[in-house]
Design a protein around this ligand. Sequence first.
Ligand code: DAH
Length: 339
Amino acid sequence: MKNRIKELLDDVNQLAASNQEDLEALRIKYLSKKGLISELFTDFKNVANEEKREVGQLLNELKNAAQSKINDLKDSFNQSDKNEQHSDLTRTADPVLLGSRHPLSLVKHQIIDIFSRIGFTIAEGPEIEDDWHVFGALNFPPEHPARDMQDTFFIEQNPDIVLRTHTSSVQTRVMTTQKPPIRMIFPGRVYRNEAISYRAHCFFHQVEGLYIDKDVSFADLKQALMYFAKEMFGEHTQIRLRPSYFPFTEPSAEMDISCNICGGEGCPFCKYTGWVEILGCGMVDPAVLENCGIDSKIYSGYAFGMGVERITNLKYQVKDLRMFSENDIRFLKQFESAH
Ligand code: DAH
């Protein structure tokens, strides 16, 4: 009996099965009620009493060994099943998630697109600028309160270097390096020392426009801006120009469009006036042309500057400016279908 048990123990330790059916056959052969091990248990009653203890232990050992061997084989099959699933080349691929453009980029590109259709090309300039390009050349006299109009961030070590407060600084760069005719727009980020709230931020984006040629008139400016407003906000959009003041334009104006949220009827967004301001503009002051080396007796020009956040708010009704820089995926995902 002992020999028989040891023989079976050897066999059991070497068991192998190449599939589930083979494994089941082995289980039946060794562990079922009529299996080899059960048979031994039946024979156990014939074992001499003095040997019962030893043989009983061996028998239990054999049964446990068979049980754990069969379980191990079963586990290895389950495991290889899983592995097979992982490498199933016929499975369809998981859908690839596409990102979406940032709303400010969407609107900036739309503005660029609209102006490029009437011949404007693009230029960009540095965000860290010297005082002359941001203020001096644009008729902000030194120490004049007009400089305070724009809550400038100065670089402490060198007060001549500032974070540009407006993209008008790119006008200076272009006018000092290129000859008219100039018909360009300048998109970019600008900085102002403002407390951050739902309606103000220390940085935002502008698109500046500049057209300089012989005989450019205020009528040309108005025509270009009307075209822009209708392309951006729809054919029904109306514009109105209000006299204003900027050091670098004369005359200067601010442009309102009929509120595209209430259609001009009056709503909280337009403060019940039916109009919302979207940009500043004017005829380039002849002194600015001269500062930049352009003969103001031959050339005239118009300029305008708009805030991209403001236009985006009007298009998408984003009520809190901070949303634009928080990168909250739930906010950004809403622009997936826009392009
Ligand atoms: N630079 C002005 C600002 O940041 C906007 C502006 C007004 C730009 C009139 C212009 C302009 O080019 O002609 O508020």
